[in-house]
Structures are given as C-alpha cells and as structure tokens.
Design a binder for this molecule. Structure first.
Ligand code: M6R
Length: 615
C-alpha cells in the first residue's frame, strides 16, 4: 500500500507531484521518490523517510524542471525502507521508470528468468523486476511502451497500480490497475494520475476511476485511451464529477487529522443517516437493503467480515442484529475467513465492512463468499472503492474522507449504518415492538447532539491523559455492546501511542488478566448505567481491591462508579444499543492526548498505513 502520483501537461510537474504525495502519505510514509523529465534528462531522486525529506534532498540534488513526472510514497512490502528500495525504479537500460502500488507475487520466478537473460537488480523490490520485464518485452518483441506494458502485465500474478514513463517517448505516461486504486484527473490539456483524487482536487473536478484489468495511455495534447489489459480491446472512458472539496481533506485549524475527524463525528453521523432516517414517518430508507429485502429477511445467518476497527464495528452490530432483529450473526476477521473453508449456506448473507474499501483481506474474503454463491453487502466509506464495486449491493457511510491512520469517524458511522439496517429488518420481521422501534429512531436522531456533548470532556480527558501518559500497559474492559468498544479503545491507544493495551469483556478479567493488576495498572472500564451495570460495578470493586487504577466511562449523573473510580468521564444517556456511539468518544480522545504528550506521530503512526492493500 503506497501512493502514486503523476502529471503530464503544460505546468511544472514538480510542485503538483510533491503536494500530491503529501496528500497520499496516509497510504505509506517510509520512503518517497520522484522522476522528472526536463526535456533532456530523466532525473530521479528518492529517499528513505517522508515526502518532506524528499523535498530537502531534491533541493540539493536535481533540477525540478519538467512538465511530466511520476512520484511515489511507500509502505514497504518487498525490501526494507531505504533509499535503494524507494520508488521510482529504473529499468536496466535507464530509459524506463516506474512507480507501483501492490505486490507482484511471482516475482521470484520472473527474476530468475531475467537474471538468465542478463538483467541485474539493485533493490530488493518486486517493482524493479516488473520494470525490467517491461523493458525485456519491449526489446524482444520490438513493440511500443503500451504494448510492452500490456504483455508484461499478462505475465504478472499479483496486484498493481502502476505508472510507467519512457524517456524516449516523453509525451506519454502508461498506467494500469489491478487490485490497487488508480484515478486519472482530466484538466485543460493536462492530466493527473493518483491513487485517489485528493492530489488533484484543486486542479480539476473531472476524473476517471480505472477499473481492475484496465490500462490507460495518457498522451500530451491527446485524448486518453483506455484498454483492457487482457485482450487490448478499447474501453469507453467514463468521466465522473468529483463530490469532494478541499476543506474535507485539509486539517483546517486542527493540529492533526485524527483530532479533526474525532470532532467531525456529530456531523458525520448525521450525514450517515441523512435522507435515510425519517423519524416522523417511522421509515428507514436504504436502497441497497430495500432492493434486496427478501434476501435479508430470509437470511439464516449474517456473516460479517472486516479487519481492525471495522471488525470492531461488526462486533457491536452482532449485539444489535441479534437483540432487535433476531438474526444470528458471526463476525469474522476477513484475513482468517479467506483461508478457512467456511460453512456458508445459500440463505446466509455476508456483510463486508471497510472504511477504505480497499483492504486486501476483506476483498479476498468477499471473493470467497461470492464464489460460494451468497449475497454480499458492502459497507464502505470511500465511494467507488474496490469493495464497493465488488459487492452485490451496499450502503456508504458518507463520513467524508478519513485521513488519520487511526480510524475514528469510520467506526461510529459504520455502527450507524449497521444500526439502521438492523432496525429496518427488525421492523419488517416484527421482532421489535412499534413503540420500541420509534424510540430507537428518535434516540438515533439525538445521537449527533449527544456526541457533541461527549466531546466537551476533551480538556478533562487531557488532564487524565497527563496522569497516565508514562505507563507501559493499559487494560480496557466493557460488557455487552461495550465489549467491542473496549477492544477499539485498546487498539486506538496501541496504534498511536505504542503503549501496550488490551481490551477484554469485563467478566473475563478474572480468567487471566486480573493477574496483571497492581497499583501501576490503569484500567479503563466502560460502566454505563445500562445492561449489566451491577455486574460491572462488581468488576470495578474486584479491581480496586487489587489496587488497580480505574478510569470509568459513566453515564451522566452516575454516583456509584464515581465513588469507586479514580477518575470518571461522563457521557450522555441513551438506549443501550446506541451507547457505543458515545462511549467510544472519550477513548479516542484519551489515546489522542496521550500520544500527543508522548510526541508521537498521530496521523502517521509507525509501521502502519491507512489502507492495507496487501496481505
Ligand atoms: O479500510 P478498512 O476499514 O478496511 O481498514 C481496516 C483496518 O485496516 C483499519 O480499521 C485499521 O485497523 C485502523 N488503523 C484502525 O484504526
């Protein structure tokens, strides 16, 4: 998972590519590089580190002239992050250069073949194999670049979004896509290439999203030609108008995207149910569900597949679907599901959840489910993403771009969509009483205001963060609907502060984790006044008698936990099934403030990337 950017037109390519790479750093940020053609020379600069490190090096090393170029920001797969493994990669002739997002699975056998044919390699990457394969085909078959790319790609097993440039054909960039995203921005006599549309948003609103198995030949002063990689047939380009605006992808007055996205949640949740939730009429409109209602109603079982935070949202919905719609639910890690031999019946349905819509494991799990003939419904944030296209039907979360690597608004908006579906099915199946149904709708409508209120605890949470920022371990406990929230809270802390944290169902504590508790262990307990409140109060007493430090997430006005806990953070009251939308807010803020105090890179935590497009 990397970001690629390219430009060909009448302007200087350098600033467009560099700024574009900065926008794509959420996709990878361990090394970066750029290739610019200045009319005579093909200048390549690359470095370990971030795009700002690349900028520093470029200022010292090369001229930044040229109206054509390609750039890359990397998340290492083959080969450690260093200058040599950074993209772009040259072919042995020095004429061809490539940037690549994806993985070439059969690179070892290709490499052996190429070595036999006299090629040598300087990096450990699979990408260098690909560019030399293209060069080899080009020479052997005596074909032009686009044909060589096409023939080479037909020998590749794996995934890719690539941009290839030939110094001897400087008015052309060839791009191709399979399994990794690629977008082409269409300007006035200029073209932009990027992994998503954000790098060219201020230059054009018109974009072509390349489909899997397609390549595009982008020529200066000419129309774009799109072809199928498999058989070279021509495809009609479909130019879309982008619905994004610049404000959505900039930090504004916030220090970090993560903080901006935490504070965007009231708005994001509202956007998720806007046009869907008609509280007064008692209706929930969701085209993807309405059109397939019979399948949902006849479902023996719902299998939810997802990774990371999206998997946690799936776990929350397990409680909602089972409690109100009485449909059995299994929540599976996509990465496990895809390699099992799962028992799937024709009447089961699969729901795949993914913010990015590009997660490789989730995509593979969807393909497995589809091969078993079941209906697959997708819940994604990124419009037009691979998962949105691969599923039979779906619902977008409409959360707006999430750029911070740690998911925040994705989680709450995914739960919102899942809740809407569960309520819709419960009503159709009559597993919920009329009054309960209407109560749920009106409570859901109040959630954005209540999230706003929960956010008011920010400075109080900052004080608590200051007290615990130096500990090395945290425990998070919750029960029922809030057990997955405990998992999510622990994940947030681990991801951005690198403090070890574990989430547990509160009652499981006594089956092992209780051994960890001493006066140095902070335990975040979600202890809202719902469900098994009394039980969780007992769990808190058990912790206190072992001197553990309690940070309680409690319902406004709670007095019992307040007496027992070292600190409490209040959230507004709501019905139990919606509490995760509120209890998760203080946990996001707690991790955020701890990580800021520890001086960690909030939006780009080490070793991570926003969308995991490799296994
Ligand atoms: O884009 P997806 O929702 O499919 O991503 C799944 C996970 O990679 C993602 O949630 C990851 O765990 C986040 N970094 C969590 O904050």
């Amino acid at each position: 998972m990397c970001g690629i950017v390219g430009y060909i037109g009448h302007r200087d390519a350098y600033p467009i590519i560099i700024e574009g790479l900065k926008r794509l750093e959420y996709r990878g940020y361990d090394s970066a590089g750029i290739a610019l053609y200045d009319g005579t020379n093909l200048n390549v600069t690359k470095t370990k580190g971030k795009v700002t490190d690349l900028e520093c090096r470029i200022e010292k090393e090369i001229t930044t002239n040229g109206t054509v170029g390609i750039g890359h920001t990397r998340w290492a797969t083959h080969g450690i992050p260093n200058d040599v493994n950074a993209h772009p990669h040259y072919s042995n002739s020095g004429n061809l250069v490539i940037v690549h997002n994806g993985i070439i699975e059969n690179y070892e056998s290709l490499k052996k073949e190429l070595i036999k044919r006299g090629y040598s390699f300087t990096s450990d990457t699979d990408t260098e194999i690909l560019i030399n394969l293209i060069q080899d085909v080009k020479q052997k078959e005596n074909v032009m670049l686009r044909k060589a790319v096409q023939i080479a790609l037909n020998q590749i097993v794996g995934t890719y979004a690539i941009a290839v440039f030939d110094k001897n054909k400087p008015n052309e960039i060839v791009v191709a896509k399979l399994g990794s995203p690629l977008t082409i921005g269409i300007g006035e006599d200029e073209f932009f290439i990027a992994s998503d549309a954000t790098p060219f948003l201020e230059h054009t609103n018109n974009a072509i999203y390349l489909e899997d198995g397609e390549m595009a030949i982008i020529r200066r002063h000419k129309n774009i030609k799109i072809r199928k990689i498999k058989d070279d047939s021509l495809v009609n380009p479909y130019v879309q108008e982008l619905q994004l605006n610049l404000e959505q992808i900039e930090k504004g007055d916030y220090d970090h995207f993560m903080l901006k996205e935490i504070f965007e949640q009231p708005h994001a949740i509202k956007d998720t149910f806007r046009g869907r939730l008609k509280t007064e009429k008692g209706i929930i409109k969701m085209a993807g569900v309405d059109d397939n209602l019979e399948k949902f109603l006849n479902a023996n079982k719902i299998i939810i597949i997802a990774c990371g935070t999206s998997w946690h949202a799936g776990l929350v919905s397990e409680y909602i679907f089972e409690n109100i719609a009485r449909i059995p639910v299994e929540v599976e890690y996509a990465s496990e599901f895809r390699y099992r031999n799962p028992v799937i019946n024709q009447n089961d349905i699969v729901i795949a959840i993914s913010q990015s819509g590009e997660t490789a494991d989730t995509l593979a799990a969807i393909k497995l489910a589809k091969s078993r003939g079941v209906f697959v419904f997708g819940i994604c944030n990124v419009v037009g993403s691979s998962i949105a296209r691969e599923t039979h039907a779906g619902a977008y979360t409409h959360a707006g771009p999430e750029i911070g690597v740690a998911s925040t608004k994705a989680f709450t908006t995914q739960i919102t969509v899942l809740t809407l579906i569960a309520l819709k099915l419960a009503k159709a199946k009559r597993t919920i009483s009329n009054s309960d149904y209407h109560h749920h709708l009106s409570e859901l409508e109040l959630i954005p205001k209540k999230v706003e209120k929960a956010l008011l605890s920010d400075s109080h949470i900052k004080t608590i963060a200051h007290i615990y920022k130096d500990v090395r371990n945290f425990l998070y406990l919750g029960r029922g609907y809030n057990f997955p929230v405990a998992l999510e809270g622990a994940l947030k802390l681990k991801e951005i502060s690198y403090i070890h944290a574990e989430g547990y169902p509160a009652a499981e504590m006594k089956h092992g984790p209780i051994a960890l508790i001493d006066e140095n262990m902070p335990i975040v307990v979600i202890a809202i006044k719902k469900g098994h409140y009394d039980k969780i109060v007992s769990n808190i007493r058990e912790i206190k008698s072992r001197k553990g430090k309690i940070i309680g997430i409690v319902t406004e006005g709670d007095t019992i936990v307040k007496e027992l806990a070292d600190y409490v953070i209040e959230v507004p009251d709501t019905i139990e099934s919606l509490t995760p939308l509120l209890t998760t807010i203080p946990l996001q803020l707690l991790s955020y403030h701890i990580a800021v105090m520890l001086d960690k890179n909030i939006d780009q935590p080490r070793n991570l990337a926003k969308s995991v497009t490799v296994e």
